[in-house]
Design a protein around this ligand. Structure first.
Ligand code: AMP
Ligand code: GLY
Length: 411
């Protein structure tokens, strides 16, 4: 397993339930993953070291978690070395790494999404935005870990975002995509894809904003739950047949067949689901509430996808709801190294997102998003009760969390 976040922990956890899996290594992992896998100190973008390690340990299959690894071509390098890796090539991963690639693909293959224009010139972008209604949706074209998107409610905010992305220093020399604003509830539809074959996973909903009431800046995601009651069978069918399958086919037709997890970030508009974004990997924190519901063997699924074989999946009816404990200040600057206590006294599954262990064996905060506390139950309300109770049991001065995860479906 390549990666270190909560999604990675959830994948390791799912793999460890497979009867086919003996030993799991994780590069680089974190304090929680270390309880279920042997962590090795290799960076997620260190292509040569990852290939060398997989060869020397005769690894049967490697799962590539982070977008950064995909974008630098870890899967390409594994393939060239005759190693099995689950994830898209660098070329196929463009569906996430380049907003413009994704937008052009959707336009060409008539996949429902918001209309857009792309710009590299600040003056042109600003002239376009100020002549249009608010809110303005402005996206940096490149990998920005979910933070390169501004939904501006005022022209001042829109102008500042354009300046930041096209003239500022905090992003690379970039382009921006300006999109039509779509209105409706969002959901995440992840599918394992192998060329034209699509194996759908259970639905989830993320919570992108930092604070309760969907206020504050966009983050990587502050909580999630699965299943998603407003995604009816009809909506799911539409999303599968009009969005996910056609996109998999389109990638094949474009000569960049996709193998891995295609993540559809969808919004349920009055006209049905439309694409907000595609990711080329498992979502984080969605994976932490989806994979524990998988009853069938995830290793078999990964292998089937790599080989292009059929594979049925089986899901539990159980509801899962997870709350992210993040470092105070996230998604802006934050301190690391705060001691976390109480992890042993919880009933929920706790996935580690950004943690480390010190010489005394204490678990410390080591990232923006630190832990994901996942409750379960017969209903989402019960799952939420468990997660909230356990969030209160975990003691750490440096953390905060949202208390309204699931608000769209629980009130
Ligand atoms: P993204 O990183 O593209 O998923 O965007 C982050 C968040 O911005 C999304 O989860 C939405 O809440 C919001 N967003 C992005 N694009 C749109 C759009 N076209 N219309 C409305 N909201 C959007
Ligand atoms: N939770 C959104 C993402 O993984 O990009």
């Amino acid at each position: 397993m390549v990666g270190s976040g909560g999604r990675c922990h959830a994948i390791v956890d799912a793999l460890s339930r497979s009867p086919q899996v003996g030993k799991i290594y994780c590069a680089p992992g974190n304090a929680g993953i270390a309880e279920q896998a042997e962590c090795v100190k290799i960076g997620v973008e260190d292509v040569e070291a990852l290939v060398a390690f997989a060869k020397s340990e005769a690894i049967d299959l490697t799962v590539i978690g982070p977008e950064a690894s995909l974008a630098v071509g870890v899967v390409n390098a594994f393939k060239e070395s005759g190693l099995k890796a689950f994830g898209p090539t660098k070329e196929a991963a463009q569906i996430e790494s380049s907003k413009e690639f994704a937008k052009r693909l959707m336009a060409k293959y008539d996949i429902p999404t918001a209309g857009y224009e792309a710009f590299s010139d600040y003056e042109q972008a600003w002239a376009y935005v100020k002549a249009r209604p608010l809110p303005a949706v402005i996206k940096y074209d490149g990998l920005a870990a979910g933070k390169g998107v501004v939904v501006a409610e005022s022209y001042e905010e829109a102008e500042a975002a354009l300046r930041d992305m096209l003239l500022g220093e905090s992003f690379g020399s970039g382009r921006v995509v300006v999109e039509d604003f779509l209105d409706g509830p969002e959901f995440s539809f992840m599918c394992v894809v192998s060329g034209e074959k699509v194996y759908p996973l259970a639905m989830a909903q993320d919570h992108k904003r930092a604070y309760d009431g969907d206020k504050g800046p966009n983050t990587g995601g502050m909580g999630a739950y699965s299943p998603v009651p407003f995604v009816t069978d009809k909506v799911r069918e539409f999303a599968l047949e009009r969005i996910m399958r056609p996109t998999a086919k389109a990638m094949v037709a474009e000569g960049v067949p996709f193998v891995g997890v295609l993540y559809g970030g969808l919004i349920l508009t009055q006209q049905g689901p439309k694409v907000i974004e595609f990711n080329a990997r498992f979502g984080d924190p969605e994976t932490e509430v989806v994979l524990p519901r998988l009853r069938s063997d995830i290793y078999a699924l990964f292998e089937a996808a790599i080989e292009g074989a059929d594979c049925a999946t089986e899901w539990s009816e159980e509801a899962l709801l997870g709350v992210v404990l993040a470092s105070k200040g996230y998604p802006g600057g934050y301190a690391k190294g705060a001691v976390i206590e109480g992890l042993d006294g919880v009933e929920s599954k706790v996935y580690h997102m950004g943690t480390a262990r010190n010489a005394d064996g204490e678990v410390l905060t080591a990232g923006g998003r630190v832990l994901m506390v996942v409750g379960r139950g017969a209903t989402l309300a019960k799952a939420k009760q468990m997660a909230e109770r356990d969030c209160a049991r975990i003691k750490c001065d440096g953390l905060f969390h949202r208390s309204d995860i699931g608000h769209k479906v629980l009130n």
